[in-house]
Design a binder for this molecule. Sequence first.
Ligand SMILES: [Zn+2]
Length: 240
Amino acid sequence: MHYLAFAVLLTIGPLVHTRPSSEIQVDDVIYTPEQLQFFEGNMTSRIVLSWSGYYWKKSTLVYSFGVGLSSADQALVKNAMKEISSQTCVKFRKTLSSREPQVVIQRKDAGCWSYVGYLGVTNQELNLGSGCMSSRTIQHELLHALAFYHTQSDPQRDQYVRIYPENIKPGHKHNFNKLRAGAVTDFGLGYDYDSIMHYGPFAFSRNGNPTIIPLQANAIIGQATQLSPRDVATLNRMYC
Ligand SMILES: [Zn+2]
């Protein structure tokens, strides 16, 4: 009986005392200097590209596997790719040539991170540390590589969420920067609380208090385990 009670306590303990482990807490996206011009406050030069310049050509993300991923890890990545391609026009193809522009999926460090969209280079890295191998995290990073930004960077986000800068860890405020209206499009689909690209309420919290609260009372953010219907619709507007 004691053993049973102990086991139950062990199970409940983490649920009560910590944030959901599924929340992505790390700084997981890298924008190029050119892409930073799409954000508010970065008006140093004129945008010459449209965001659609970062879409993959022929709806096909070309990739290779780099250092550090076991064959089991590679199988998980392929499963996450299948999850995306089975619902959308997006295709994934392993490269035949090291000279072809490609995403190199690797485990160089412990982080989960990606560049955003097609950069046209042969060594575009996407990193999956050993803690990044859930289907949701792999799909999240693949969506960055397919040119998705975080939902809370959406130009219209202030109508849908409130950001609490006083609770954000020093050095991480840039994760809450907004893209400039007109620089990007949501294809008229609207703000998506349910997106796999939305951070959770405690992302980058310095004090355990929320950093993002949905303005709509029943909205839940940062808990998606798969593509939302609007993630699917957005991918199809981009790639069909
Ligand atoms: Zn991300």
